[in-house]
Ligand binder design. Structure first.
Ligand SMILES: Nc1ncnc2c1ncn2[C@@H]1O[C@H](COP(=O)(O)OP(=O)(O)OP(=O)(O)O)[C@@H](O)[C@H]1O
Ligand SMILES: [Zn+2]
Length: 481
């Protein structure tokens, strides 16, 4: 079977033919470390995490680069407002992004280069563009790309230069054409001295577009397989990245993949509109794998509207999947805590699951196959037929292998402890605590506050933390974080 992926440049879905057989090079535009990660960021990074997982499952060796934009206007403004050095601000949120992505089960990229670590490469690229007649310094520390000099400008987003007369870019005194964009930005007297670097063109700092062209070339070479990011980045960011790299004579990305944006009331979730739900908030309100499930369930190219009901539904779906897997593991007598990931990679995936994933990562169809497997497994579990153990083990293997492709194997190392653990001890503890919680509920219903508090205090004293939520009380062990 062949993996077909949609290319947003050609608008065609076509087989992936990598530059190097058996290896895929992928560049994903990473976070601007101006603030805490929100669900919109997670949506995009998870979409491409599923891509990486599927490429690896399909036998490719993946080199995945995701940059960190650790200097930019917004970082300078926000850090100054907070009275912090820009680099401290940036490093703080870089760590928060990494921690959150680890927590939600994103495989770490092969390389995570920071913009400020690649000034040398950016200067070299600017020199090359100037030499080839595609860029010019303004004499005051800024360098601009000359859009009219590059025939292909606009080809990624199918726009002609005429259409772009008033597109986005500001008129600046040193610009030849309003549509020209900055490769390098002159230092401003109001900005901290540490926020600029000396170059042959004057003192300044990286433009956002330039850093991605410089870093993709350094880590993936002149030509690489896939360039990815959220749909919001197609223009101007990706158009400009492509113009810089093509004008420099590099093959650059052979294919573009864009994830649909996460919206709130139809508008992109983001810092600019202040309509975001932070990852920290969502992960405090819902089990982490449920948040992951909610964000990966739709097709990666679909626009996803955030809503609290969908998050709660994902919680239910996750709980059921986990319960099925735990029951099945207990029936086959496997010790789920000893289960390793290795054998899952060898489980043969159902053909219709593979077909769905090979069809431009059709996760909704793949999930339908997965839920059919879950239903079949539940039927086997209900049959109470000892002879069925072999069938149960085989079905559990397939279910886990499919879930693993989505980063959601309930018995895998990442989620073993989430929302309960897959051990008999845990089940026993859960039954006892649930009885206590039910008694507390009953006491509250009778307005017997003293008894309700006493029950809670007894649980707290035993190291059990109770969180009251809309779906009832949830318990966790104090020392488990
Ligand atoms: N609402 C969203 N839905 C999907 N992807 C998003 C969303 N917001 C940001 N992204 C993606 O996250 C990645 C990191 O983007 P970046 O940090 O530059 O975001 P941003 O545009 O600065 O965020 P914000 O919109 O909050 O200012 C990009 O690939 C971007 O497309
Ligand atoms: Zn980029």
């Amino acid at each position: 079977m062949t993996l077909n992926l949609h290319d947003t440049a050609t608008r065609q879905t076509a087989p992936l033919g990598p530059v190097q057989p058996g290896a895929v090079s992928l560049y994903v535009c990473g976070p601007t470390t101006q603030g805490a990660p929100h669900l919109g960021h997670l949506r995009t990074f998870l979409a491409f995490d599923v891509l990486v997982r599927w490429l690896e499952r399909s036998g490719y060796e993946v080199t995945h680069v995701r940059n960190v934009t650790d200097i930019d206007d917004k970082i300078l403004v926000k850090s100054a407002e907070a009275g912090a050095p820009w680099w401290a601000w940036s490093l703080r949120f870089e760590r928060e992004f990494q921690d959150t992505l680890d927590r939600i089960g994103n495989r770490r990229p092969t390389y995570e280069p920071r913009a400020t670590g690649h000034v040398t490469e950016m200067i070299a690229l600017m020199e090359r563009l100037i030499e080839r007649g595609h860029a010019y310094p303004d004499g005051a520390g800024s360098v601009y790309f000359d859009v009219a000099s590059h025939e292909g400008y606009g080809s990624l987003t199918r726009q002609s230069l005429e259409d772009m007369q008033d597109a986005g870019e500001e008129a600046e005194p040193g610009k030849r054409d309003r549509r020209d964009f900055a490769l390098w930005k002159a230092a401003k007297p109001t900005e901290p001295e540490t926020a600029s670097w000396d170059t042959p063109f004057g003192r300044g700092r990286p433009g956002w577009h330039l850093e991605c062209s410089a870093m993709s070339r350094k880590y993936l070479g002149e030509t690489f397989d896939i360039h990815a990011g959220g749909l919001d980045l197609r223009f101007p960011h990706h158009e400009n990245e492509q113009a810089q790299s093509h004008a420099a004579g590099y093959g650059f990305a052979r294919r573009w993949m864009h994830s649909g944006v996460l919206t709130v009331d139809g508008l992109k979730m983001g810092k600019s509109l202040d309509n975001f739900v932070t990852a920290a908030r969502a992960l405090a309100d819902h089990p982490t794998p449920a948040v992951r499930l909610a964000l990966v369930s739709g097709h990666y190219r679909a626009t996803v509207e955030y809503n609290a009901t969908a998050m709660r539904e994902a919680e239910t779906v996750w709980e059921r999947l986990r319960a099925t897997a735990v029951r099945a593991a207990e029936r086959v007598g496997a010790d789920p805590l000893a289960a390793t990931e290795a054998p899952l990679a060898e489980v043969e995936l159902p053909a219709d699951f593979v077909a769905a994933m090979d069809d431009d990562l059709a996760v909704p169809e793949a999930l339908a196959v997965l839920h059919r497997e879950q239903a079949a497994l539940n039927t086997l579990l209900g049959a109470r037929d000892e002879a069925g153990t072999h069938a149960i083990a085989a079905s559990l293997g397939r279910l886990r292998a499919m879930l693993d492709v989505l980063g959601l194997d309930p018995l895998g190392a990442q989620w073993r402890g989430e929302g309960g653990t897959a051990t008999a001890e845990h089940a026993a503890l859960d039954a006892l605590i649930s009885a206590q919680l039910a008694a507390r509920e009953a006491a509250r219903a009778e307005k017997d506050w003293a008894r309700a508090d006493a029950l809670r205090d007894a649980l707290t004293a035993a190291g059990i933390r109770i969180e009251d939520g809309r779906a009832g009380a949830r318990w966790t062990l104090e020392n488990r974080d």
